[in-house]
Design a protein around this ligand. Sequence first.
Ligand code: FAD
Length: 448
Amino acid sequence: MKHLVWFRNDLRVGDNPALAHACAQPGQVEAVYLAAPEQWRRHGLGDNKLDWIRLNLAALQQRLARLGIPLHIAVAERFEDAADCMVSLMQQRGMSHLYLNAEPGYDEAQRDRQVQQAVQQCGLYWHRFSERNLLEPDSLFNGQGQPYRVFTPFARKARTLLPTVSEPIVSPDPYPLSAPVEPEAQWPLGVSNRFSWQPGEEAAWTRLQDFIEQGVETYHQCRDFPAQSGTSGLSPYLALGIISPVQVYHALSRAGAGEGQQCWLNELLWREFYRYLMHHFPKLSRDQAMYPDKEPIWHNNSAWFERWCQGKTGFALVDAGMRQLNQTGWMHNRTRMLCASFLVKDLHIDWRWGERYFMQQLLDGDFASNNGGWQWAAGCGADAAPYFRHFSPSRQAERFDAQGDYQRRFLPELGDGELHYPNEMIDHKAQSQRFTQMVKEMTHVDES
Ligand code: FAD
């Protein structure tokens, strides 16, 4: 019997139910990753992101090779071609069983249903396992039996369920019968490595261990200052599933329960919350706001958008954040909030434009967290920042980058002297007031 494991955003060997189940069966195991370069180009995925995927696939391939499992890279034109691709690969290689772990998102669920149908119609077998999140979305409801829409009660309930989180699934033993397989996968796009995260599971564990030993205790004090390395930097690993939240949670639980640890756990729960919302409110993955009546009529201005993308708004902390994103493929959470708020509440551009741009550039681009973050900033999401609360770029800079170290790091034109950064592209106060007015007008239109 031959088994095929389909890797998606779960590029790890440890805590991987699909892989563990396939390896527990008698017979040979092979693995596949489906690349869709045409589609990625159309969606504008940046080089940083493509490179990150490529490097992590190479690392996974080496780990799998040690287990005697070859990893194939199948190339599909489009997302919708997955069914044909899987069936023809299985038939060509005489494989009878397909194993995979679930992913969040409406399109992903549709695609999986199509693949399931095609596989089963050909008399092949299909085994789908739950994603390794901390909580099953169907295990938490409010007192009225409805899904939570507010984070605090969700998190309170979630904390009562955390003791039931299962232990990580151990990695399968090395395949005893065959010699290690030489890496063979061919990557379909030529890109180069330009960032500092090391790929692979070992690197993810090193980062987690370092943070737990050196960073988590002071996390609550340091996490808001973008010039410091006060956060874990684990998001690029979590987003591609190189490490699972279950693995992270168990490592954290062994590290004590101080203020830093509790605060960090809260952030992991935000990640769970956004996935939970995606599950219970499928409209969120269809470009819709949680509360559409809180959206104004947007004034999308391409030239303004371009300046924002390039980090040329004339507001130093906004520009530093955007340039950090463009240069490194990552942005600190404090500046993500500010840059998102600026696009929406100062430039009055649809949050979906910003959401798309972040997904193209971020190594940790995660549909649920990104969508949640953008709707939060735009004021139309679950438990969002109210429409009348605005981030002031200068006030944020005074509070969170008072010495200007972060701004100087990404804006070489500032030099070493006094922070002087001219040419603000808009009047922040006037644009903020206008935004509040726009939302009020919208609410008025809806009511009439
Ligand atoms: P840490 O502070 O060390 O937190 C640990 C982990 O908890 C993170 O790796 C992440 O998985 C999770 N986490 C932390 N904060 C949040 C949060 N606010 N929402 C959801 N999960 C959180 N995070 C992504 O992983 N992918 C995205 O695409 C993404 N897009 C965002 C877009 C906007 C507009 C905003 C405001 C936030 C977004 N975030 C996103 C959340 C957050 O900014 C990043 O998770 C965080 O900066 C990652 O850095 P870290 O790993 O050092 O986080």
